[in-house]
Design a protein around this ligand. Structure first.
Ligand code: NAD
Ligand code: PRE
Length: 309
């Protein structure tokens, strides 16, 4: 792979930022990588892991002369980062992000972006329940979607350059309207996490009644939920607060459908239950046929409830 950028600045070096750093290095996509994060401890760890070439706790310092700036912080921190970097961005620089919600990130960042830079919001649909610089690994984005939600009038050449960057990481790139993105992600990603946090919380509350049996006898169905429910609380608090409308809409829909199922169980309506379960079973089959590796998120690592996980 040829060098695509002279200098890339990575703002935030957790799971996503460090995975991008691994791939830039592995694929030789930049002459220099500058890493910035708020906490000195995280920065020190990034340096120990040799994720970049230069390290700073100042995002403004990091973006100086960078051709590509990738913001990988919890979505609620987007505005403060945008304000901090705005005055130091190089003319012609591409500024992108990886946030799980898009309309809110655009509202937070766009007003601070100077007219001489190309701001292109993005979202790689890849991740795990882990966080921090040690959680990243090369190849995370291989075969996964990366969705851009470009602002009208975005420079085509800048879009193409960013597309080529994500394609070099192995991603398939798509474009979407930010509001549509937020609705789609609310149902395929945000609700599953909220449901997982909720069911694991409920099971934990029941511990008092069941005297540790919830954890002791957890079958794999429950364990699948615990993986999602082990995800970073800051990241997911921010997702809930910054995609509020779409999440509430999907939760209302979800609750209605749950009530339908509840009623079918109460009245012994086996056909209704069987029909629903048959329909949903075929969805997993379609995902597999479409080439999506549904078992990938765990990446072969020990299950969260396994010893030493
Ligand atoms: N984890 C996932 O599965 C996943 C997948 C796709 C996208 N995302 C999105 O990517 C972003 C980063 O998520 P992550 O999983 O890498 O989180 P993480 O917790 O692993 O890392 C976040 C990083 O941001 C830094 N940070 C926080 N506030 C900051 C600030 N104000 N200035 C500079 N640095 C700051 C933290 O120190 C840390 O280095 C989030 O917006 C998240 O929604 C996450
Ligand atoms: O697989 C996981 O553990 C993830 O949480 C990844 C996941 C998802 O829900 O698919 C989480 C949040 C993102 O914004 C994108 C991807």
């Amino acid at each position: 792979m040829t060098v695509q950028f002279d200098r890339i600045a990575l703002i935030g070096i957790g799971l996503i930022g460090s995975s991008i750093a691994h791939d830039i290095k592995r694929l030789g996509l930049a002459k220099e990588v500058v890493i910035a994060t708020r906490s000195a401890d995280t920065l020190k760890r990034a340096e120990e892991l040799q994720l970049g070439d230069r390290y700073t706790t100042s995002s403004a310092e990091a973006v100086k002369d960078a051709d590509l700036v990738i913001v990988s912080v919890p979505v609620g921190a987007s505005e403060s980062v945008a304000k901090e970097i705005a005055g130091s961005l190089k003319p012609g620089a591409i500024v992108t992000d990886v946030g799980s919600t898009k309309a809110s990130v655009i509202a937070q960042m766009q007003p601070h972006m100077p007219p001489h830079v190309h701001f292109i919001p993005g979202h790689p649909l890849a991740g795990t329940e882990k966080s921090g610089p040690d959680a990243g690994f090369p190849g995370l984005f291989e075969g996964r979607w990366c969705i851009f939600t470009p602002i009208a009038g975005t420079d085509e050449a800048a879009l193409k350059r960013l597309r080529q960057f994500w394609e070099a990481l192995g991603s398939k790139v798509d474009e979407m309207d930010p509001e549509h993105h937020d609705k789609v992600l609310a149902i395929v990603s945000h609700l599953p996490h909220i449901i997982a946090y909720n069911i694991v919380g409920t099971a934990d509350d029941l511990e008092a009644v069941t005297e540790s049996e919830v954890i002791k006898y957890s079958a794999s169905g429950f364990r699948d939920f615990t993986r999602l429910a082990a995800s970073d609380p800051t990241m997911w608090r921010d997702v809930c607060l910054h995609n509020k409308d779409a999440i509430l809409e999907m939760l209302a829909r979800f609750s209605e459908d749950l009530a339908y199922l509840q009623r079918a169980i109460r009245w012994g309506e086996g056909d209704k239950i069987f029909d629903l379960f048959t329909r949903t079973r075929s969805i997993r089959r379609s995902i597999i046929q479409a080439g999506q590796d549904v078992d990938a998120p765990d990446f072969g690592r020990p299950h969260p409830l396994e010893k030493n996980a």
